[in-house]
Design a protein around this ligand. Structure first.
Ligand SMILES: [Zn+2]
Length: 270
């Protein structure tokens, strides 16, 4: 396969982030030139979810959106916030609920509020049946316990930006989750344990994402001066992932792209 025929889907890009406001069209052009044919824009707050939907509407067939409230913003999940999320999640351009989950690493919102916001958003997801884009950091046990309360009631789930242990990964897989891999894998200092376990992700559960503008892959050289990550760098992640899985780049690319389309029910790309 020619390298330029590789097609990728970035399942997590925070394109509503202020760092993309001045040059989004150029960012999208570079992504397409690098083989990224579809992108799911993460909506991680009420304002962010509105912005993600607006971007998806402005770029039909290329951008899709999620709508949710990240645990950092858990206090936004008021009765009014829930009503707004329900309305956003009903839109056809919104292909998943989330980002939602628990983050005890940063603890930017009180943990009881995080748990409550997570449960409320899982109730919304159980009602609308759309896939779930899930975040977990340093909160694995509580995360799995809350998800277990919804056993059999949720659509497909992805634990995005997975950075946990092998045992945690197996628990997510046993619960039926797909696993989202970011540029964390390209960091030879903190990503080493991840390089050793990604081979154990079944081929039909593997998804890839930049989490741009965060998590610039350390294999991008020279690194951009502003350290901003962008979707055109997705291929660096897939190259490292293929190496660690002992697969051809074309194989890892094709299976992650097919998985993304099946998971989010995306049409076959432009
Ligand atoms: Zn996240």
């Amino acid at each position: 396969m020619e390298p330029d025929s590789i097609e990728l889907v970035d399942i997590g890009a925070n394109l509503g982030h202020e760092s993309f406001a001045h040059d989004l069209d150029a960012v999208l052009a570079r992504a397409r030139a690098a083989g990224v044919v579809q992108l799911v824009v993460t909506g991680a707050s009420r304002e962010g979810a509105r912005a993600a939907l607006a971007l998806a509407r402005a770029h039909p067939g290329l951008l899709y959106a999620t709508a949710g409230v990240h645990p950092h913003h858990a206090l936004e999940v008021t009765a009014e916030g829930e009503a707004e999320l329900r309305a956003l999640q009903a839109q056809p351009e919104v292909v998943a609920n989330g980002e939602c989950g628990l983050d005890y690493y940063r603890d930017l919102a009180p943990r009881p509020a995080q748990r409550r916001a997570f449960e409320r958003q899982l109730e919304l997801a159980a009602a609308n049946g759309k896939p779930l884009f899930l975040h977990q950091r340093d909160a694995h046990a509580d995360y799995m316990a809350i998800l277990r309360q919804f056993d059999g009631r949720l659509g497909p789930c992805v634990t995005h930006c997975f950075t946990g242990t092998r045992a945690e990964m197996y628990e997510c897989l046993d619960a039926g989750h797909s696993i989202g891999i970011t540029g964390w894998l390209c960091d030879e200092r903190r990503g080493q344990h991840l390089r050793e376990i990604v081979r154990d992700i079944p081929p039909d559960r593997l998804l890839v994402e930049t989490d741009a503008p965060y998590l610039l892959p350390r294999t991008v050289k020279p690194a951009p001066k502003d350290r901003r990550n962008e979707p055109s760098y997705l291929r660096h992640i897939v190259e490292e992932l293929a190496r660690d899985r002992g697969e051809d780049l074309a194989t890892t690319a094709a299976l992650s792209t097919a998985n993304a389309r099946a998971f989010f029910r995306l049409p076959v790309g432009p």
